[in-house]
Design a protein around this ligand. Structure first.
Ligand SMILES: [Zn+2]
Length: 747
């Protein structure tokens, strides 16, 4: 590429080099990009298990156990009807037989193993080198159901009236009609599409030309030095506001130093090389982009650079809210940049003239006339090209990562697999709404909604009777009153799909890209609409997951989670409260963890504790941290601080579920705890034959915000007085903890 701003002469017919063998600057394309297009909501506290790398070991041995494996013991006398009732089809018969037990698996010694040891023994994680667990089974189950139904529509054995489903089928068939023979084929198509935009960026003549085209560039998903997103207004939570941030370095480190991690550079170089650019052109781009990185670093505070990074890497809708931001008068804001027609841009994007906007990174906007100039325009373009290539080549990397070759698979089978995968990706929102609604019956949704309301009510009782001082108590109660309970699936119609027109001869990659771009651009149209804390913002109802989103003060309990063993509309209250009830209690409790408690009832930053309460709260979290700290799990050492928020949510969540069940006056505590232990069963695969892989896996466990499942179950139950009462746990038993040492957040 030329450095002088002339249009890059890239011949698409030169795309003969395959992307995967391109070697540039000594390195080939890696399958990782830093700027991954992840939809992870960093504000959301996600509660799925580690899903990628899989692992386990024989038996969890963290609790008291004996070698005696024959004696049978009855549970504590306080337990009345221990067995699952027949209407309770959540529990399988295999669990019922565990009632007659060994000493080792006495409920009083190690409840997790007591309930799960048969499952643990028969579940082989070594042969397939994958973790196993209730959550993973549930995910597999719903994935399969969605896929079966979608293929029923495709095959015509079932019909759907949904326009979005029709479009998804058209998309699927469009892919097949291209008759690709390999991932290389698909990548070539994608590369052409990406290069179209790269050329478009390169053909911009100067800042004034750029200024006129900013809205189009935003629509096409181009990262610009001026970033803007729409989110709930921090001054008025009923409205939405515009949040502006700046650019972050793409090749250099945040402090402007050379990055020893060359992943980004290699990805960009590899891509451009395989797209036919000469080595000197590519070097020009890399050098110029680095120069622009340096300009960004030199003109922004270190804090603002970090904020920029968070926003740039944030795939979910809206901003990644890290604090309160500077509100500025709109006229002052638009007058600031000399070379950019900011008002033209804002009007184009929102169709409105705001009264004020927020600057997330004031140093960028104070220095914008040093950063965005005609003198460094070539550097700025190179920076935009690098960002665009990184963001969009992620599509290709995803294909590689998700589509390892399957032995014996025919081309047709491969293409079907790929077509389906890409359809679920592009139509994620449509699937989330459509299948979420289909798989969660009205009755089930009502039942879970009732449960959630009961849990909120029980939580309010708990808070009312807690040690909190009056003003803290009031804030906490208001937070619970205002919490949005999003059960099942989104209600959004995702009308951005209406803009997508799929014809027989449509370009496949372009169609895919159009959908992704329309989804991202959709937020700007919402600027004119009232704030809505029930929006799922890219979360899929079909994930076996639940989350609390502090910036919305909302919980999301996905349809994917609302299946056995977590929930069954036919199961008893005791079983359901022990399953999904504890999950909902857990999510509600995240509203009061160390992060959640920084946000108020509207999802805005506001301290809710008095000084005394803050001190007491810190004592509580310190106590909790100590309880879990240095626990050994299969060679991994769990950190009490890393896991404190999740442990807090587990413990407070179980307590509130107990309380809610108690209020139904139909508590069968044995059913409740069995359900809890069963829903949380999980077997980790830690490779016994590969020390470095095993070490990596242990490192993951140590970094996970969640404690490993057996620890989660047993330690949470050890802190429960009701559990102790149910099973008659005595001093000396594995599950025994002195009552004055038990953790109870609110009493
Ligand atoms: Zn959690």
């Amino acid at each position: 590429m030329s450095n002088g701003g002339n249009a890059m002469k890239i011949q698409n017919q030169l795309l003969k080099v395959t992307m995967f063998t391109a070697v540039l600057l000594g390195a080939s394309i890696t399958s990782q990009t830093v700027k991954a297009d992840e939809t992870t909501d960093a504000n959301a506290t996600k509660d799925a298990t580690a899903k990628s790398e899989k692992t386990a070991v024989p038996l969890y041995n963290g609790f008291k156990s004996t070698d005696n494996d024959v004696a049978t013991t009855e549970p504590a006398a306080s337990q009345t009807n221990a067995r699952e009732t027949t209407e309770d089809n959540v529990s399988s018969s295999e669990d019922q037989t565990t009632w007659i037990n060994t000493n080792q698996f006495k409920p009083q010694n190690d409840y997790y193993d007591y309930l799960n040891h048969k499952w643990i023994n028969k579940t082989d994680v070594q042969s397939d080198k994958m973790d196993a667990g209730a959550s993973l089974d549930a995910q597999r189950n719903i994935n399969q159901r969605v896929q079966n139904k979608f293929y029923d529509y495709l095959n015509g054995t079932e019909n759907t009236k949904s326009q979005n489903m029709q479009k998804a089928m058209d998309f699927y068939n469009l892919y097949l009609s291209k008759n690709y023979s390999s991932t290389e084929d698909i990548s070539k198509d994608a590369a052409q599409g990406i290069m179209k935009v790269v050329n478009q960026i390169d053909s911009l003549e100067d800042l004034s030309d750029f200024s006129k085209n900013m809205n189009d560039l935003l629509k096409e998903g181009v990262t610009m030095p001026i970033g803007v997103k729409v989110d709930i207004d921090q001054r008025n939570p009923d409205l939405r506001a515009l949040y502006f941030y700046g650019g972050a370095p793409v090749l250099l480190k945040d402090n402007g130093e050379t990055n020893e991690d060359q992943t980004n550079q290699n990805t960009i170089g590899g891509f451009l090389s395989s797209s036919g650019l000469s080595l000197s052109s590519i070097q020009g781009i890399v050098v110029n982009a680095s120069k622009f990185d340096k300009i960004l670093v030199d003109n922004q505070s270190a804090e603002d650079i970090i904020t920029d990074h968070y926003q740039n890497n944030y795939g979910a809708e809206g901003i990644n809210r890290l604090g309160d931001y500077l509100g500025v008068n709109y006229v002052n804001f638009t007058n600031m940049p000399v070379f950019i027609d900011m008002d033209h841009f804002v009007n184009g994007v929102t169709g409105m003239t705001p009264g004020y906007v927020y600057e997330m990174t004031p140093s960028f906007y104070n220095n914008i006339n040093e950063i965005m100039t005609d003198e460094n325009f070539a550097e700025m373009k190179a920076w935009m090209i690098c960002n665009y290539v990184l963001n969009s080549s992620n599509y290709i990397h995803n294909l590689i990562a998700n589509f390892p070759e399957v032995e014996g698979e025919t081309k047709a089978e491969f293409n079907q697999r790929m077509a389906y995968y890409l359809t679920t990706d592009a139509f994620g929102d449509a699937f989330s709404k459509y299948f979420g609604e289909i798989f969660l019956t009205k009755e089930a949704k009502e039942t879970v909604t009732d449960m959630a309301e009961n849990l909120v009510s029980a939580y309010k009782d708990t808070i009312s009777n807690s040690w909190l001082e009056a003003s803290s108590k009031k804030a906490a109660l208001e937070k619970l009153d205002d919490m949005k309970l999003n059960i099942g699936y989104p209600t959004d119609s995702y009308s951005y799909y209406n803009k997508i027109d799929i014809k027989d001869d449509s370009d496949f990659y372009q169609t895919y890209r159009d959908i992704v771009d329309a989804r991202n651009y959709n937020q700007y149209a919402k600027y004119q609409k009232p704030a809505d804390r029930t929006e799922w913002a890219g979360l899929s109802s079909l994930n076996d997951n639940a989350q609390y989103v502090p910036s919305k003060n909302a919980i999301f309990i996905n349809t994917g989670f609302l299946q056995a063993p977590f929930f069954d509309v036919k199961a008893s209250d005791s079983t359901n409260y022990g399953g999904i009830g504890t999950v909902i209690g857990h999510e509600l409790s995240h509203g009061f963890d160390q992060i959640g408690s920084l946000y108020d009832k509207d999802g805005l930053f506001k301290n809710m504790w008095t000084a005394n309460d803050l001190e007491k709260y810190s004592e509580k979290t310190a106590q909790l941290s100590k309880i879990y700290d240095k626990t050994n799990f299969q060679g991994a050492t769990i950190s009490g601080d890393t896991t404190v928020n999740e442990n807090l949510a587990d413990n407070a969540g179980l307590k509130v579920a107990e309380k809610a069940l108690e209020k139904t006056n139909a508590a069968n505590w044995d059913q409740f705890y069995r359900s809890y232990a069963k829903a949380n069963r999980y077997k980790y695969f830690i490779d016994p034959d590969n020390a470095s892989v095993a070490a990596k896996r242990r490192e993951q466990l140590e970094k996970d915000a969640h404690s490993p499942f057996p620890i989660r179950v047993n330690k949470t139950l050890q802190n429960s007085d009701q559990f102790d009462k149910t099973y008659g746990v005595k001093p000396g038993d594995g599950m025994w903890v002195d009552p004055d040492k038990r953790f109870n957040l609110w009493s």
